[in-house]
Design a protein around this ligand. Structure first.
Ligand SMILES: NC(=O)c1ccc[n+]([C@@H]2O[C@H](COP(=O)([O-])OP(=O)(O)OC[C@H]3O[C@@H](n4cnc5c(N)ncnc54)[C@H](OP(=O)(O)O)[C@@H]3O)[C@@H](O)[C@H]2O)c1
Length: 253
């Protein structure tokens, strides 16, 4: 059996999740990542994990599709047995996601439901599905957003889901404390990933506006986030529980 701790990162094929996976590997954890449709990007992440001396496997998961979670759990269990000779993980990082811009007036029910399913309902039930896969003494990190603290027009639905995740995280911390499982939220500010690509390309001035509203004077990069999540998955962070850690370079402070 592997003596290393194992972390599962949803949406580990690109952006923040990829950097989390690499940083977890650097800290000596084995890593399972999920991707939705981008198998090539997932393979690239596994290659990056191996480059830093780690071990990783990738599994497909549509994190909106709650009905698929039982099958995912089965596949995860088989992969864990095959690659790491165990059935359990130590850390679950609920990171997979996509954005949507729309004012309160313009947001459709379909767009709302998509955001609900990926950012809240999916996270709620994937965590529920994996409760007995998670080792006692491990942890959960849910990825929120700076937008749950400050309000920008166009993000009401997305930010509301992130707010819900923060409440859920505190309940996880409370209910799972008896098993010594910690639950925390990491809330990134605006980060330069594919998530914002279209917006930054269509309106490059947004990058300057975000930088001017950020105490550290720039937009975030994926590399600003992964190490924080990896830290939370170590014994050095063993006493951090039920917290929201914002990593935004000081946006709107
Ligand atoms: N970037 C920001 O400014 C920012 C700020 C605050 C919070 N966040 C949050 O950080 C998380 C990651 O964002 P990111 O910037 O890294 O985005 P990204 O670069 O666009 O990467 C998204 C990741 O999520 C996966 N994914 C997308 N749809 C999925 C689905 N239906 N089921 C499963 N996986 C899916 C993608 O998989 P494929 O590669 O297969 O498509 C990819 O791995 C999200 O929860 C986002 O809300 C981002």
């Amino acid at each position: 059996m592997s003596t290393k701790k194992i972390a599962l990162v949803t949406g580990g094929s690109r952006g923040l999740g990829k950097d989390m996976a690499i940083n977890l590997a650097k800290k000596g954890l084995d890593v399972v990542i999920t991707y939705n449709s981008n198998k090539k990007a997932a393979s690239d992440t596994i290659a990056s994990i191996e480059e830093v001396g780690g071990n990783g496997v990738a599994i497909q998961l549509d994190a909106r599709n709650i009905k698929s979670f039982a099958d995912f759990k089965k596949e995860l269990s088989e992969q864990l047995k095959a690659d790491f000779n165990t059935s359990n993980i130590d850390y679950l990082i609920n990171n997979a996601g996509f954005g949507h811009e729309g004012s309160v007036a313009d947001t459709t029910e379909e767009a709302f439901d998509e955001l609900l399913n990926i950012h809240f309902k999916g996270v709620y039930f994937l965590t529920q599905t994996l409760l007995d896969t998670l080792n006692d003494g491990g942890g959960i990190v849910n990825i929120s957003s700076g937008l749950s603290r400050f309000s920008l027009p166009g993000y009401s639905a997305y930010a509301s889901m992130k707010g819900a995740i923060e409440v859920y995280t505190r309940y996880l911390a409370k209910e799972l404390g008896g098993r010594k499982i910690k639950a925390n939220t990491v809330a990134p500010g605006a980060i330069n990933t594919d998530f914002n690509k279209e917006r930054f390309e269509q309106a490059p001035q947004v990058v300057d506006i975000i930088a001017s509203m950020t105490a550290l004077g720039r937009v975030g990069e994926s590399e600003d986030i992964g190490s924080i999540v990896a830290f939370l998955c170590t014994d050095d962070a063993a006493w951090v529980n039920g917290q929201r850690i914002e990593a935004s370079g000081g946006m709107f402070i």
